[in-house]
Design a protein around this ligand. Sequence first.
Ligand SMILES: *Cc1c(COP(=O)(O)O)cnc(C)c1O
Length: 228
Amino acid sequence: MPETVSSSLRAVERDIADACRQCGRDPASVKLVAVTKTAPDTAIEEAIGLGQRRFGENRVQEAKGKYPALKVRDPDLELHLIGPLQTNKVRDAVALFDVIETLDRPKLAAALAEEIARSGRRPRLLVQVNTGEEPQKAGLLPLETEAFVAQCRDRHGLAIEGLMCIPPLEEEPSLHFALLAKLAARLGLKQLSMGMSGDFDQAIAFGATYVRIGTAIFGARSTATDQD
Ligand SMILES: *Cc1c(COP(=O)(O)O)cnc(C)c1O
């Protein structure tokens, strides 16, 4: 890694502020989720030392190995789950995460509602939308999203704060950001989690409130851990 976490984190913060200025948004309206999957603990601690408080992990198990100790030291850390959640990991996920961005099916909504009632812990929830309608990708189809959000609220008592998407690798991401923003506006949802290292400036132009950025802060990962 040629750059330090310090210089790359500051550069990303600057780029976010620039992107906001270019589309007339308040930089405070865009929150950086620093994605730490595969990042070494030393890099995470460096980011915490620089004032970063919001982090994202895509695997419950990996997060469970790193974050409980960090949260004891810094109780104001806000941890986001950004990868798929199996129902048998719901108990761990509700205990550890402050925001679960990947609610994507009725069975998971039921399991989350049950665990929230049992534990009294209430992570904030985003619904993942498969904007590219890719068969291998998690998330609600755009046309199913409205009914699912209503079902979460009415049947399970789950308040949904917003929507999240991961655009298809080979497509122009802004079409997907525009679609997600339109859906969220129609459903009256405030949070939009979209934009990663390569496209967060476009996501901000389309209204992202959370950008999830890993590589641009912590350097490249080995690709094997990325997509599963
Ligand atoms: C890994 C990951 C990111 C971060 O991607 P970068 O390209 O490294 O910024 C964002 N969102 C999700 C869902 C991820 O799995």
